[in-house]
Design a protein around this ligand. Sequence first.
Ligand code: ZN
Length: 395
Amino acid sequence: MRDCRRHSHHYILLVACIFAAGFSAPACKMKIDEPTFQLNDRVLFSRGIGEIGAFLDGEIDRKRFLWGNDLVNDEIHTFKIAEVPTNGAGAAILRIGDWTGKGEIAAFTWNKRPTLLEQVDWSPAQAQIPFEFKPPYFLPIHIWLLYDDPSKSPQDQEEQADRRLGNAYIIWYLQLTGLEYRWNTRTITYKPTPAFTTIDNCDDIVDLADPKRGLYDTAALNVYVVERVFSEFADTSLTTNGYSAAHCASPNAQVLVLGKNATPDLWAHEFGHAFALGHIDHLSEPDLSPPLFDHENVMHSAPATVRKHFTEGQSFRQAFHSSSVINSALKMNGAGFAGRNCPAFTGNAVEKTWPNYDLWGKCPLLQLRLWADGAFLPSKSSPPASNSWLEKIWR
Ligand SMILES: [Zn+2]
């Protein structure tokens, strides 16, 4: 809606300009700084739910204004599906300007995976680009309970693990990451194993994940819950919290090790490592001012509170980086998907300029948020309206 008003405004400006200047092109050119006032190209989004956020890559045809073609890299749109027209097939129509050349579309919606459409041809005069959201990633997850909590029955221990995974899923869901699982894509095995009740170092993880031990599922992301695991930050200290093999020199991204007290946000954090995400501490206060992230981001390693946010820049990397287990071992984007290896934020001044994109041109910045409703607020507005739901059911 905002875009329509903006473009109407320019149309009025153009008419006024023509009247005032008697078709004097130089006078008009000064007034028209927005070349997309004719919304001729369209993207037809199908299978979206609730609201859609997208970034579009292409070029704007400004030949008619004698300015040549301008690159659009990338244009951001967010809208509620109910507030835009639909076509006969129910696809939500996003109208944009006259675009040319090749480009791509990446978009997010509720309960679907981040979807990337490459090699979009914008050149037809009234391009109609069909864009279909794909189902969420139904992750194959195998949780192994390798230690025994004598205060709980085996069944209660399995239910606790299930609940923590379920609460990690709520973060994924609320942040439109497209990460999900179903009862038949996750397995919980209660199998106390004294040799692996404590995980001291990366060698232990390699040993544990040796298929010969019968404690490793080659077709799943293996989540080991143990009594104690070595800290992410000091190999000498053991913690009852969590670790990911992604930190090891020879990582097996199919492995997470979590201490018995790991909270759901730590589960989501360690999964994030398996999905190719690193820490964002150096982009948060006090290391960076003004900060690009806060301590509520899931990938902060020292949370001051419950972690519950991902940026779309992070969700994009989780879904498409070739070293994310989604693509490396699980091949959930298909065996032929080459991956999109977006760099982590490097601190380069150009990269910092939101909403510009990484120097490699094909990647959203790590800190990119499509829904600009406050720097660190939940990036989505519906449903549910508030994260209080998350706080209530947290443990
Ligand atoms: Zn970490």
